[in-house]
Write a protein that binds this ligand. Structure first.
Ligand code: NDP
Length: 329
């Protein structure tokens, strides 16, 4: 029997439990490509899976970790060969398909990308699902036809993972970025990433009016609930908000006023089922436009055996930027 180290989530009386175990390679699921995982990352959803706070894991036992990067060990798919540096996000990893918190992972070729532009596996996971999703949000706003000359762009949950990468990408594209955060102490960090101004998220988090003063042309929202409703109510004529998260809540207590009176658009962004062409486009964009120094600035690294312990921090909104998980060889 060949085994590798993995974190495994099991169903137990009254909930779930995560622990570090030896996992039998024969129990990996089907897939075209087997990868020696060198890095994974901690996303909000991983926090939910590791703590069992929300039922994101839908198969037991599960190896959590909704993304991973590493080196191809074997492949039955013509697009990938042993030695290729690759990354994978979403597609059910860590939810319905064994995920990235392990020394080995097997995935369908459709989920994998060869790392573009000299990105290392560690940098790819500094980006991870959150950064990839931020790129999808920026691309959605651009597809809608929005550009920096239309007005400012707001980013909510700005000091978090999606938010930090969104701030950096929008600033790089020339936007005047307004970063909304609940952590005033992170204003300097956000300015270093490219934010032109920061606002207190409390301005946006309570019930507001159906329409307010027009403040921004575009937005990336990782928060949902009243925050998203207020974002829409304060979006300029013909502007758009890309909505991707629920850190404040899953609800959307809004009216149709911004849509029918100002032609505002709400653009939904999902990274899990993202089609392959768009995956490739987003990774190419990140490799080209995300400053590697800024990426390093927003990243901290934890060891494999620490990740269970830090899972609660991301749910409490205490992690800044991105958290890479180093997987031992
Ligand atoms: P993080 O925890 O890194 O970032 C979330 C940020 O939201 C926090 O840092 C905090 O930022 C802010 N926040 C936290 N709690 C609240 C609250 N109660 N009210 C208002 N703001 C709050 O998580 P990620 O960046 O990894 O993910 C962000 C969201 O996006 C999550 O809901 C996640 O599930 C979702 N997501 C969705 C994806 C998709 O495919 N649709 C993919 C990736 C993520 P600050 O301190 O600056 O205010």
């Amino acid at each position: 029997m060949t085994t590798f180290r993995a974190i495994r989530v099991d169903r137990v009386e009254g909930g779930t439990r995560a622990a570090c175990v030896d996992f039998d390679e024969a129990d990996l699921m089907d897939g075209d490509v087997t990868v020696r995982v060198t890095h994974s990352s901690l996303n909000y959803k991983d926090g939910l899976a590791l703590t069992g706070k929300s039922p994101v894991v839908r198969r037991f036992p599960m190896i959590p970790g909704i993304d991973f990067a590493g080196i191809v060990e074997s492949s039955s798919h013509p697009d990938f060969a042993p030695g290729d540096a690759v990354a994978a996000t979403g597609g059910g990893l860590g939810e319905t398909r064994l995920g990235g918190y392990a020394q080995r992972a097997r995935a369908p070729a459709a989920l994998l990308v060869k790392l573009p532009g000299g990105l290392t596996p560690a940098q790819a996971m500094a980006i991870g699902t959150a950064g990839f999703t931020a790129a999808l949000c920026v691309m959605a706003l651009e597809r809608h036809g929005l550009k920096p000359a239309d007005g400012p762009a707001i980013v909510t949950g700005a000091a978090g993972g999606v938010g930090s990468v969104a701030v950096a990408l929008l600033a790089k594209a020339g936007w005047h970025v307004i970063a909304s955060t609940g952590r005033p102490g992170e204003a300097g960090y956000l300015r270093d990433l490219g934010a032109a101004e920061t606002i207190d998220r409390a301005e946006l988090s309570s019930p507001g009016r159906p329409l307010g003063k027009e403040r921004w042309a575009a937005g990336v929202d990782a928060v949902g609930s009243h925050t998203l409703a207020n974002l829409l109510a304060q979006t300029k004529y013909s502007g758009a908000i890309a909505a991707t998260g629920l850190a404040q809540g899953m609800d959307l207590p809004a009216t149709v006023a911004p849509f029918i009176l100002r032609g505002v658009a709400l653009l939904g962004v999902d990274s899990v089922g993202c089609p392959r062409e768009r995956r490739l486009e987003a990774w190419a964009r990140l490799a080209r436009d995300l400053d590697r120094g800024k990426l390093a600035e927003m990243t901290r690294t934890v060891q494999f055996d620490e990740v269970i312990g830090v899972a609660g921090e991301i749910l409490a909104g205490r992690t800044r930027g991105r958290t890479v998980v180093e997987i031992p060889a």
